[in-house]
Design a protein around this ligand. Structure first.
Ligand SMILES: *Cc1c(COP(=O)(O)O)cnc(C)c1O
Length: 439
């Protein structure tokens, strides 16, 4: 498979290059040149298949030309060592729980897949150790660090701003040891990002050690997110919760969105024949995409802080992929995707109302999805929203809003008992450079 850049000013790349580089030379995002429509018999039998079997078939459509069959199967099965179940919440509304992975959020799926695919390419080429540099304000660092933990041949350096990350988040990447090193930067998130960018442009450093990024726009993190939408359809069909006539479906998929990677993977799924009637992108107060749907105009702006902070994005990077997928047509986009936007007050009200009427504990991100379905679902439709993270990841806020004591899952508690290890560095690039040159 060849990958082209959404800016169309860079040469096409093969999968290996797209994964190792992340971003194209023209700063566009890579797109696969074909999106394969999967055969009807797959959809007819999907309800009898497991998550792993389904994901394997979807992975073949994306990566089958570039990865040997047995290796691809192994990568998929290793990635999905946990379930992505669907459960009813209220009339016609179902949750797709994406928080059963090691760091309790959907980013585990893409991060684990990318780590294993990168390892596959490194092993084939015998290139020695590869170093992943990642800057984080919290959640990305934990998903990437845990995705790569124990993967031979790859060392991960997580740069995070000292004192600016919650203790629950910090312990998920500072206690791991092995091939994961946390670099505690005396600065803010923007300093961490600047240091990473500067390192990638430093040719002397790059000839000394092999550097790569694990940004969320990487095709190896982005495309595997399609897997669980197929599983959602399978489980809905299996339980008789959705009806389908051929490819006519009454299923509405609702995705709490920030950078729009997760929902874009779902849109790819529909191109592959997945029977989804339409999509809803649920925003918090950062409503740039919502405004685009209403007006046809896209105006990026500085993000504002909200309760659902993993969605605090003022210029969603995957917007370029959505435009590309729909040929830049606002009419075609609004025919398949609608939007919703909720402020913190509304998010908290939704969490309370849902908990009181159903007993289901929403996290602030999932709450946007649940509320959008409550507001926009027609009588003959059924809706599935992504519960993108476990409520315990935002324990203080959730406890405070609901007046309960959310239980911390064992795998999160285990992180919190680990010994923090980090390397303190200033925000001066020379210091990071000297550190990496000594490796
Ligand atoms: C990253 C994240 C989102 C936003 O997903 P995008 O792919 O950036 O749209 C939503 N919820 C949680 C919990 C996240 O970590």
């Amino acid at each position: 498979m060849k990958y082209y850049s959404t800016n169309r000013q860079a040469p096409e790349a093969d999968l290996r290059k797209a994964v190792v580089k992340g971003l194209a030379e023209d700063r566009g995002l890579y797109m696969p040149e074909h999106i394969e429509r999967i055969e009807d018999s797959f959809y007819e039998n999907i309800d009898k298949m497991s998550l792993q079997e389904i994901a394997h078939r979807v992975a073949q459509a994306f990566f089958g030309e570039d990865v040997e069959p047995e290796a691809l199967r192994q990568i998929v099965y290793d990635t999905l060592s946990f379930d992505c179940p669907v459960a009813p919440v209220s009339d016609n509304i179902y949750t797709l729980e994406l928080f059963h992975g090691p760091t309790l959020a959907f980013k585990d799926v893409g991060a684990r897949f990318m780590a294993r695919l990168l390892q596959y390419f490194i092993r084939r080429e015998d290139k020695g150790e590869v170093n992943v540099l990642v800057a984080t304000s919290g959640d990305t660092g934990s998903a990437v660090a845990n995705g790569f933990l124990g993967v031979d041949g790859i060392h991960v350096y997580v740069l995070y701003p000292k004192g600016k990350v919650s203790p629950i988040q910090e312990c998920q990447f500072t206690t791991l040891g092995h091939n994961i090193t946390a670099l505690e930067i005396d600065g803010v998130f923007d300093d961490c990002q600047r240091l990473v960018k500067t390192a990638f442009m430093d040719q002397e450093l790059c000839s000394h050690i092999t550097l790569t990024s694990a940004n969320s726009i990487n095709v190896a993190r982005f495309l595997p997110q399609a897997f669980y939408y197929f599983n959602a359809y399978a489980r809905m069909k299996e339980q008789g919760w959705t009806r389908t006539d051929g490819h006519e479906s009454n299923l509405v998929m609702c995705v709490p969105s920030g950078n729009f990677g997760n929902i874009t993977a779902a849109l790819f799924g529909r191109r592959m024949g997945l029977p989804v009637k339409r999509f809803i992108a649920a925003n918090n107060a950062n409503d740039i995409f919502y405004q685009y749907l209403q007006t046809g105009e896209y105006h990026p702006k500085a993000s504002v802080q909200t309760l659902a902070n993993a969605m605090d994005v003022g210029d969603p990077s995957n917007f370029a992929r959505i435009l590309d997928l729909y040929g830049n047509s606002h009419a075609r986009i609004t025919a398949e995707i609608s939007g919703a936007t909720y402020n913190d007050q509304q998010i908290a009200d939704t969490m309370r109302r849902c908990y009181e009427s159903t007993g289901y504990v929403l996290d602030p991100h999932g709450a946007c999805g649940y509320q959008a379905l409550s507001d926009l679902l027609a009588a003959d439709e059924v809706g599935v929203f992504c519960e993108t993270a476990h409520p315990a990841k935002f324990k203080e806020k959730v406890d405070d809003i609901l007046g309960i004591d959310v239980a911390i899952p064992a795998r999160l508690a285990a992180f919190m008992q680990g010994q923090k290890q980090s390397v303190p560095l200033s925000s001066d690039y020379a210091e990071l450079r000297a550190y990496l040159m000594s490796k």
